[in-house]
Design a protein around this ligand. Structure first.
Ligand SMILES: *[C@@H]1O[C@H](CO)[C@@H](O)[C@H](O)[C@H]1NC(C)=O
Ligand SMILES: *[C@@H]1O[C@H](CO)[C@@H](O)[C@H](O)[C@H]1NC(C)=O
Ligand SMILES: *[C@@H]1O[C@H](CO)[C@@H](O)[C@H](O)[C@H]1NC(C)=O
Ligand SMILES: *[C@@H]1O[C@H](CO)[C@@H](O)[C@H](O)[C@H]1NC(C)=O
Ligand SMILES: *[C@@H]1O[C@H](CO)[C@@H](O)[C@H](O)[C@H]1NC(C)=O
Ligand SMILES: *[C@@H]1O[C@H](CO)[C@@H](O)[C@H](O)[C@H]1NC(C)=O
Length: 467
């Protein structure tokens, strides 16, 4: 009898440990709920969509009251954010920090399960914000103090960093932080994160690394699909089977270099775009689904995989993003990271719990842009519905260049047809042909789009970009 009693006790005590640690660290990715769209569902509907993809956590880029309200009494763990432009003031003003916490955390705690509080988003990636950099960690300390004064200890305070915090990332064992950040930001930050047992929140996009160098980096290696391609770090001897691990370990080695090998990494964003511009490679539904499904498989695998430098470690994460967001500026990929269309339908089948077998997913469209586009591209007006906005964009495009718009002046070869739509198309093409090399985009707040079809007519020749 005694034996019989003992066995179940013994079993349950081993079982209890992993179960309780799993509740703090669900291995399932959460989802980033970005809201830069004018056509997104209201909070309550969005929250049920979040649940429908089986996310266990959600990351907000602010502390939107109606969303925090809609998240009340759900089981979703929540990450909220202090906006970048408040960091400087909060870093020098405890009253302001206390007030921010009183306004944005206290009213929702504990019914909304706020668990993470990010002070700023990729602050060190914005050169316009260099004045803020030295204030980042002081602001994090103040926010932590404000939470403590309300007796709130469950919320981890951090900030999200992009891969550009690194000066060197290859081979991973060579990983080191940028010199301009090491002393003023990274050292004090790691000290804070280590002391408060928080995380280094990292945004990791193998897509951007691969698409910047698709000839030398294997696509399957970037998509977690490689069976044969591996990369061996000659210094550490570690062998990498995918680009994601390589990038994460570069950050791990950079932390270790500064004496903080124990700080945990939290993947604050990762994902792959389901669409993009003509001049962008590999942004398609097939790759997006493949990357995200493989990522989910990796992080939910039992026992845990971790990364080569930290085998078996937990990798808590958020996938980017819930919706395609039509108001994000920049190249078209920025507006195509969603698992869902704004109307709530899926861009492709995906299950963040990792429990749906691959065979149950509907087939994916064949990828058509995994090779670089070759040929000429023009940048033309995409919409006719807002003449006011188009006129303003036309004026802007013409004001940038050097004789950019001469052909659409009254005696020019492209003056006729004398319409805002045609003039804007010419001006966008001329602007983009001149400025693409220095980062100019074919976007104009969504008024412009790339085309491979030459819009030239008669003696009016539109400038183009040749790839
Ligand atoms: C920061 O504080 C200064 C001085 O008190 C104030 O003028 C400014 O508006 C504040 N900035 C923000 C974003 O609140
Ligand atoms: C600190 O913040 C509080 C609350 O916003 C504000 O009333 C006060 O003027 C600020 N103090 C300074 C020195 O800016
Ligand atoms: C990090 O935290 C651990 C545990 O709290 C502590 O033992 C260690 O000394 C800290 N490391 C540094 C470099 O401060
Ligand atoms: C939702 O939007 C997508 C993309 O615009 C479209 O393909 C799909 O048909 C829409 N679904 C419904 C149910 O309206
Ligand atoms: C046209 O665009 C402007 C911004 O450029 C916007 O303020 C205005 O609301 C738009 N009008 C319509 C009818 O969409
Ligand atoms: C504009 O074009 C003229 C003549 O080609 C050239 O001398 C000048 O440097 C250009 N200015 C700019 C700002 O590119």
């Amino acid at each position: 009898m005694a034996m019989l009693l003992l066995i179940p006790l013994f079993l349950s005590s081993i079982l209890l440990f992993p179960i309780s640690s799993a509740t703090t660290f669900s291995p399932q990715p959460g989802i980033c709920y970005g809201q830069l769209g004018d056509n997104l569902p209201p909070p309550r509907e969005s929250v049920s969509l979040i649940t429908s993809v089986h996310a266990k956590r959600v990351k907000l880029y602010d502390a939107n009251p109606s969303i925090l309200h809609a998240l009340q009494d759900t089981r979703l763990q929540v990450s909220i954010m202090v906006p970048n432009d408040l960091i400087l003031n909060i870093s020098t003003n405890q009253t302001l920090s206390d007030q921010w916490v009183s306004d944005n955390v206290v009213p929702y705690h504990p019914r909304t399960l706020i668990r993470y509080l990010l002070v700023g988003n990729e602050v060190t990636s914005t050169t316009a914000a260099t004045a803020t950099w030295p204030h980042l960690v002081p602001a994090m300390r103040r926010i932590k103090r404000s939470l403590k004064s309300h007796g709130i200890r469950k919320i981890k305070v951090g900030t999200s960093s992009a891969m550009d915090v690194l000066q060197t990332s290859f081979p991973p064992s060579n990983g080191a932080f940028r010199k301009d950040l090491t002393a003023p930001v990274m050292k004090p930050m790691l000290k804070f994160l280590n002391r408060t047992k928080s995380f280094f929140f990292l945004d990791v996009y193998p897509f951007f690394t691969w698409s910047a160098d698709p000839l030398n980096i294997n696509l399957d290696y970037a998509l977690f699909e490689s069976k044969t391609v591996t990369v061996k770090d000659p210094v550490s001897g570690l062998v990498y089977t995918n680009l994601f691990d390589q990038m994460v370990d570069a950050v791990y080695f950079a932390m270790k270099r500064l004496g903080f090998p124990g700080v945990r990494i939290f993947i604050a964003e990762t994902g792959w775009p389901n669409g993009g511009d003509l001049d962008q490679i590999g942004a398609n539904t097939y790759n997006a689904a493949t990357y995200n499904r493989n990522f989910i498989k990796k992080v939910t695998k039992k026992p845990r995989v971790g990364t080569p430098a930290r085998p078996g470690s937990a990798l808590p994460s958020f996938l980017f993003a819930l919706f395609n967001e039509n108001q994000k500026p920049g190249p078209s990929t920025e507006r195509h990271f969603g698992l869902l269309h704004p109307n709530g339908s899926r861009v492709y089948d995906v299950d963040l719990s990792g429990e749906t077998p691959e065979a149950e997913f509907r087939p994916l469209p064949v990828p058509e842009n995994n090779e670089k586009f070759k040929g000429r591209i023009w940048c033309v007006a995409a919409r006719r519905d807002n003449a006011t906005a188009l006129t303003a964009a036309l004026a802007y495009a013409c004001s940038q260049g050097n004789g950019t718009c001469d052909p659409i002046q009254s005696k020019g070869k492209c003056f006729k047809p004398d319409s805002v739509f045609w003039h804007a198309s010419y001006a966008f093409s001329a602007y983009w042909a001149q400025f693409r090399k220095v980062g100019g985009t074919c976007y104009f707040n969504g008024l412009a789009t790339q085309t491979a079809k030459d819009p030239s007519y008669g003696s009016c020749k539109f400038p183009s970009v040749t790839l």
